[in-house]
Design a protein around this ligand. Structure first.
Ligand SMILES: Cc1ncc(COP(=O)(O)O)c(C=O)c1O
Length: 490
C-alpha cells in the first residue's frame, strides 16, 4: 500500500514536527547518546550532588516558548543547567533514602519506549504482552498461583494504595464501588507495624478508610512487628464491633530494612480471615539473592505484594508494581465499562488483559519495556548478586562504625541500610548539621531518620556502582565534619 504525500502548500497541512528527525537531529541524537553513556561511565568524577544557586534556578525560568528554538541550543541548556544539578542517585556515593542507580540499559529502553509512544491502558498490542510477561516472571519468582494478576504503577506508594483498594472491595463487596462507605457500622481496620512506611496510612486515607483506622503495632528490638500485639489488637477491635480486614507485613522497612515474620503474619491473617498484603518496596526482589531469599519466606502466601523495580533492581524511575494472588478479585476492584472502551473479538480493541481493569490509570507509560530490558540483559542472577553485594557493603560499614569510638551504631543491619551517628553533645542537631555538610560537600549523600527518637545518619546502599571506597569516603566525610563541628569550627 503506497501512501500519497500531501501537498506542503495545502492549507490542510499540519506543521511537520518530525522534520527535525533528519540529519540535524540525528547528529544531535548521537551526541546525546554518547554524552549520556559517558556521563554514566564517568559519574565518579562528578560531585554526588551540587546545590543550585539562585542564578542557576533563575536561568531555568523563562517566558512560555512561542517560536521554535534550535534543538542544539535546548540540549546545551540541559547540559549546562539541568544535568549538573541532578539529585545524584546515579552516583556511587549516593546513599541517601531508598533509591536505585539506574543503568545504561534502562536508559536506552526508555528511549525505545518513548519512540513507540505506547499507551498501555489496554488493547491488543505488544507492549501489553511484555507487561504480562513481567507478571508471569514475578508470579514464578514469588510462587504465586496461576491466575495471579499484576500491574505497573508509579511506585510502591501507589502499589500499596491499589492493594488497599482491592482488600477493601474484597471485604465490603461490590456495593462499596457504587455506594462508597456511606453505610453505617462498617469500620474497617488495618494493621501494620510502627516501622511501616507512611504511605500505608496515606493509602487508608485515600481509600476513604481513614489513617486512624490503621493500627500501628509495636516492634521488637530488630524492628520486626510483634505478633502477640498484632493478635491482641485484632481481637480487641473485633470485640469492639469493628471489622479487621487487612494485615500489612514488611519485607524491608524503610528505616533499617527489617523483615517481619511473614510466615507468622500469613498464619495470623489466615486464622483471622484478613487480607494479607506485603510491602516489599525494595526487599521483595531480594528473592533474587539466594542467600537472602529464605528470610522472605511467607511472602509467597500474600494476597497482594507491592514492590519497586526502580530500587534494588536498578530500573530507571519509575517502575512500581503490584501483584495480586487472585486476578479476579483484583479486576473486580477496578473494572468498569464505557462505550469508548468496549472490548471486541477482533481488531486493536481485542485482548483479554487491559491494565486499565486493574488500577486507576487509563493512559499509562510502557514501564514494562525498561524492566524487561533490564531483567533480560542483566539477568536475575547478576541482579541478585548486586543485592547480596550491597548487603555485604552495609555489613562492612556497620563494622567500621562499631570500630570507631567517635561513632555509634543506632540499629541492627538486617539488609543494606546502616543507621549511626557521631557522638557528641546535642547529638540530634550535630548529626543533622553533619549530614547537610556532607551532602553540600558533594563527597557523599547520606540521609537522616529517627531511631528510638534519636536523629540518625542513614546510609542506604542501593546503587550497584557503590564500592568499598565509597563507603570509606562517606565515613571519612562524616568524621571530618563531625570533628570540625565538635571543635566548634563549622
Ligand atoms: C518500605 C517502603 N515502602 C514504600 C515506599 C514508597 O515507595 P515509592 O517511593 O516507590 O512510592 C518506600 C520507599 O522508599 C519504602 O522503602
Amino acid at each position: 500500500m503506497s501512501v500519497q504525500m500531501t501537498d506542503p502548500e495545502s492549507p490542510l497541512q499540519l506543521p511537520d514536527l518530525d522534520a527535525l528527525a533528519g540529519r540535524e537531529l540525528r547528529d544531535l541524537a548521537h551526541r546525546m547518546l554518547d554524552d549520556m553513556l559517558d556521563y554514566t561511565l564517568q559519574i565518579r568524577e562528578r560531585p554526588v550532588w551540587a546545590q543550585m544557586q539562585p542564578a542557576d534556578r533563575a536561568a531555568l525560568h523563562c517566558a512560555p516558548p512561542v517560536a521554535p528554538t534550535d534543538p542544539a541550543q535546548v540540549y546545551d541548556e540541559f547540559r549546562q543547567r539541568i544535568l549538573p544539578f541532578a539529585a545524584g542517585n546515579v552516583h556511587p556515593g549516593f546513599m541517601g533514602w531508598v533509591q536505585g542507580g539506574g543503568t545504561a540499559v534502562g536508559m536506552l529502553a526508555e528511549m525505545l519506549a518513548a519512540g513507540l509512544n505506547a499507551n498501555c491502558g489496554g488493547r491488543d498490542h505488544s507492549a501489553i504482552e511484555i507487561e504480562l510477561q513481567i507478571v508471569e516472571w514475578l508470579r514464578q519468582w514469588f510462587g504465586f498461583p496461576a491466575g495471579a494478576s499484576g500491574l505497573f504503577v508509579t511506585g510502591t506508594s501507589m502499589a500499596n494504595l491499589v492493594a488497599v483498594l482491592v482488600a477493601r472491595r474484597a471485604a465490603l463487596g461490590a456495593a462499596v464501588r457504587t455506594e462508597g462507605l456511606s453505610r453505617p457500622g462498617r469500620r474497617l481496620i488495618a494493621y501494620t507495624s510502627t516501622a511501616a512506611h507512611a504511605c500505608i496510612a496515606r493509602a487508608m486515607d485515600f481509600a476513604g478508610l481513614g489513617s486512624e483506622n490503621l493500627r500501628l503495632i509495636p516492634v521488637d528490638a530488630d524492628q520486626r512487628v510483634s505478633l502477640p500485639h498484632m493478635r491482641e489488637a485484632v481481637s480487641a477491635d473485633r470485640n469492639a464491633g469493628d471489622v479487621p480486614f487487612l494485615l500489612v507485613g514488611n519485607a524491608g522497612t524503610v528505616d533499617i530494612g527489617a523483615v517481619d515474620d511473614l510466615t507468622g503474619l500469613a498464619d495470623l491473617a489466615a486464622a483471622q480471615h484478613l487480607w494479607f498484603h506485603v510491602d516489599g518496596a525494595f526487599g521483595a526482589l531480594a528473592v533474587l539473592a539466594p542467600e537472602i531469599a529464605p528470610r522472605l519466606r511467607g511472602m509467597e502466601r500474600a494476597d497482594s505484594l507491592a514492590l519497586d523495580f526502580h530500587k534494588w533492581t536498578q530500573v530507571p524511575y519509575d517502575a512500581g508494581f503490584v501483584l495480586v494472588r487472585d486476578g479476579k478479585v483484583h479486576r473486580d476492584a477496578f473494572a468498569t465499562s464505557a462505550a469508548y472502551l468496549q472490548r471486541f473479538e477482533r481488531g486493536l480493541a481485542a485482548g483479554e488483559y487491559w491494565p486499565h481493569d486493574f488500577g486507576p490509570d487509563l493512559s499509562r507509560a510502557f514501564r514494562a519495556l525498561k524492566t524487561w530490558f533490564t531483567l533480560r540483559i542483566h539477568g536475575a542472577q547478576r541482579l541478585g548478586e548486586v543485592i547480596a553485594g550491597s548487603c555485604r557493603l552495609a555489613r562492612y560499614l556497620q563494622e567500621r562504625v562499631m570500630a570507631e569510638p567517635r561513632l555509634e551504631l543506632l540499629a541492627p543491619v538486617p539488609l543494606n541500610i546502616v543507621c549511626f551517628r557521631y557522638r557528641g553533645a546535642d547529638a540530634d542537631a550535630l548529626n543533622e548539621a553533619i549530614v547537610a555538610d556532607v551532602q553540600e560537600s558533594g563527597e557523599a549523600v547520606p540521609s537522616t531518620t529517627r531511631i528510638d527518637g534519636k536523629l540518625a545518619i542513614r546510609a542506604a546502599i542501593f546503587n550497584h556502582r557503590t564500592r568499598e571506597c565509597d563507603v570509606d569516603a562517606l565515613l571519612q566525610a562524616v568524621l571530618r565534619y563531625g570533628d570540625r563541628r565538635a571543635a566548634g569550627r563549622s
